[in-house]
Design a protein around this ligand. Sequence first.
Ligand SMILES: Nc1ncnc2c1ncn2[C@@H]1O[C@H](COP(=O)(O)OP(=O)(O)O)[C@@H](O)[C@H]1O
Ligand SMILES: [Mg+2]
Length: 358
Amino acid sequence: METDVNIPSAEECAVQIYNCSGQKFEPETACDLWTKILQHKWVLSEKLGRDAGIKVACLDFIENIENLSEGQREEKIRLLKELGAQMVEPSLWETISETQPPKQIVNKRIILPLTESHLARKHGVVPPKTIIFFGPPGTGKTYFVRGIAGVLRWWYIEISPSTLMEQGEEHLGANLKYLMEKVRSLDEVVVFIDEFEEIAASRENASRIEKSITNEFLKQVPLLKKQDNKILLICATNHIRQLDSALLRPGRFDCIIPVGGLDEQSRRTILEHYLSETNRGETDMDRIIDLTVGFTPADIEYVFQTVRQVAFERELIQKEDYRVTTETLLEMIGNVTPTLTDEIVEQFQQDCERYTRY
Ligand SMILES: Nc1ncnc2c1ncn2[C@@H]1O[C@H](COP(=O)(O)OP(=O)(O)O)[C@@H](O)[C@H]1O
Ligand SMILES: [Mg+2]
């Protein structure tokens, strides 16, 4: 909790809140509100594991919490904590190149209908509630989901099949039901289910337990879609072919979106992103971009992990500033096999034709 701050006057509180949120409050209300915002900043920072910043805390408090009674507020915080809810930096979205698929689709189909809700309503555009991201591993599915939560300033809640299975596979269905019930009571949340094929696999040749889990999920989707509160359910899979066909039919998931390879511009953006956090010297970006065809964001990240380790070790030995150059990068790039081989790209293309819908 903040202890070393001077207690601001009521007018100062009103100004602070106005600066953070653009909303005006009477000084008497502002004073009380400011104390609660500072408390909320602490709660948020605890959850994030770092300083949430007063602006994010203020906006989140005013938008999501201010109208709740004391009891409701405590209950909501308890639930968000239980579900491991996080706030994601809105700036994460900006780190994704406009050309990296599916940024533009996500923007037009998911984000804008929610942020420009009046216009969307005028034209009868209904924002999607249930989405599948599919594509090869490491292409950025999780990164996109976090980006969406960040830019919407909604909570990010991740559900992984392995946590649902902690007490054994036979509890997965019940745990899923319990979690989805909790989630339905929240507002402004992005719920992310990773490795979705683990809980929604095809029921053909499936065991009794596997079938019951897929059935449970099929029951949960319409319940979620009926809700008026703002909830986005996003599921990701590397293996869309393994999903039960009933789930993929229109009506259950509003959008099925491919997350695939990077073009030159998106590789440039990601390379620059990682270079900016590396002790760099002269680098010939065009050459590096040419040599990273077929690399996923995960492959690029791995290149930098090894490059940084090597730089560290070389400086330890040589005892002088070691800068990562084109040569260092090329050495490491040569050791990495790109994830997107011709065969994987070919299969992904087929999946795109068969499943994509938005
Ligand atoms: N646009 C991007 N810029 C920087 N790093 C990215 C970007 N997209 C993905 N990454 C990084 O690449 C790695 C793989 O991304 P991830 O979202 O986990 O892939 P997937 O969920 O498809 O397997 C992660 O460590 C992520 O931080
Ligand atoms: Mg992932």
